[in-house]
Write a protein that binds this ligand. Structure first.
Ligand code: ACO
Length: 326
């Protein structure tokens, strides 16, 4: 079986920082509440003229440069996002245009905070079946567009950003196991309702109980996140024929530091071997794991030969995990 691994990594973070103290001026909250309940200290907010595709393109350009593979050698582009700046063209087609990858197929994946792992796992299958040679996978969300800035239950949690990787054939190691799961019957726990079209065909618009913003049931999601991420790690390690004690680093979705602690307890895995950057960025949806993986690798926290587990949970509900021999 063809081995598929990471040839390059990229990220893009908007320069505007919003601290918990800034949020205190907008909603009834406090730095102390946000820090102790979530671990978040600050998050990045995209500029007015920065759309999701702009974030995606910048992360993609860095990943390409890092991989030393030219755009004409990229034959697949997948962008994971739940906040595209247009229904169509897809964000992946916008990335293709910007980088000039004329030979690539391009499409988006919608799997919320698990999007990077869904996109990566899909790209891996394309490479293993010979449909693609070099795939550019991007995770980008300008999720703060979907937030009601009057709702303190949600607005303190999220931030904008993007991460990317180039995947291709490797001689050894690479992505050695994958696990994806969905719990569609619990989708109402976190959702955004799409706006209905203004049209003479729909004169009696039903506007009751609809909000274009994130609706979230935090406590139920918390429990689902802990259970499904713990289960996903166990399932993917079983596929990789590894034990939890063989793992050098876990890079989880960054939704809440207390969720990460609970997952570590459930797995009996030392928390200091889990990469955490939620304090700097909050929950960046699909981009969280992509940015965390970038920082873990570039800071030397993940080294060649390490067994790494990526694990995600998000709205849908959807979960996923991958084992990577770095
Ligand atoms: N500032 C101050 N007080 C607040 C805030 C705030 N920002 N938000 C809520 N509160 C209050 C509540 O109103 C409540 O007050 P009450 O007791 O008087 O009613 C109190 O704090 C406790 O609220 P809880 O909801 O019980 O707080 P909890 O400890 O559960 O933390 C949180 C809430 C942070 C949302 C947590 O439940 C959580 O992280 N859940 C998971 C959310 C998640 O993972 N979402 C994303 C998953 S999918 C994806 O990533 C796309």
């Amino acid at each position: 079986m063809t081995k598929v691994g990471f040839l390059g990594l990229g990220l893009y973070l908007p320069s505007r920082r919003m601290t918990n103290f800034d949020l205190e001026k907008i909603v009834e909250t406090s730095d102390e509440w946000i820090r102790t309940r979530t671990g978040i200290v600050e998050r990045r907010i995209a500029a007015n003229n920065e759309r999701t595709s702009d974030l995606a393109i910048k992360a993609a350009q860095e990943a390409l440069k890092d991989s030393k593979i030219s755009a004409d050698k990229i034959d697949l582009i997948i962008v994971a996002t739940i906040s595209p700046d247009s229904s169509f063209p897809s964000m992946a087609c916008k990335v293709q245009k910007a980088i000039g990858a004329k030979k690539a197929a391009a499409f988006d994946v919608s799997a919320a905070c698990s999007g990077y792992l869904y996109a990566m796992t899909t790209a891996k299958q394309f490479i293993q079946t010979g449909m693609a040679t070099n795939a550019l996978v991007v995770a980008a969300d300008r999720i703060t567009n979907l937030i009601d800035w009057k709702d303190r239950n949600t607005c303190v949690l999220f931030g904008d950003g993007a991460g990317a990787c180039v995947l291709g054939k490797v001689k050894s190691g690479g992505i050695t196991a994958d696990f994806l799961q969905a719990f569609g019957d619990q989708g109402d726990l976190m959702h955004v309702v799409a706006e209905e079209p203004h049209s003479p065909l729909h004169p009696h618009k039903d506007t009751a109980q609809k909000s274009p913003y994130v609706v979230m049931h935090g406590q139920e999601l918390f429990k689902m996140a802990v259970n499904s991420m713990g289960d996903a790690v166990e399932a993917v390690l079983k596929k990789a024929k590894l034990k939890v004690s063989d793992v050098d680093c876990i890079v989880p979705h960054q939704a809440n530091d207390r969720i990460i602690s609970a997952v570590a307890n459930k797995l009996k895995f030392p928390k200091d071997k889990i990469f955490i950057n939620i304090d700097k960025y909050g929950n960046m949806s699909a981009a969280s794991i992509a940015v965390a993986l970038y920082e873990a690798v570039k800071s030397g926290r993940i080294k060649k030969g390490d067994n790494v587990v990526l694990v995600a949970f998000g709205a849908g509900l959807v979960s996923g995990a991958n084992v990577v021999k770095w």
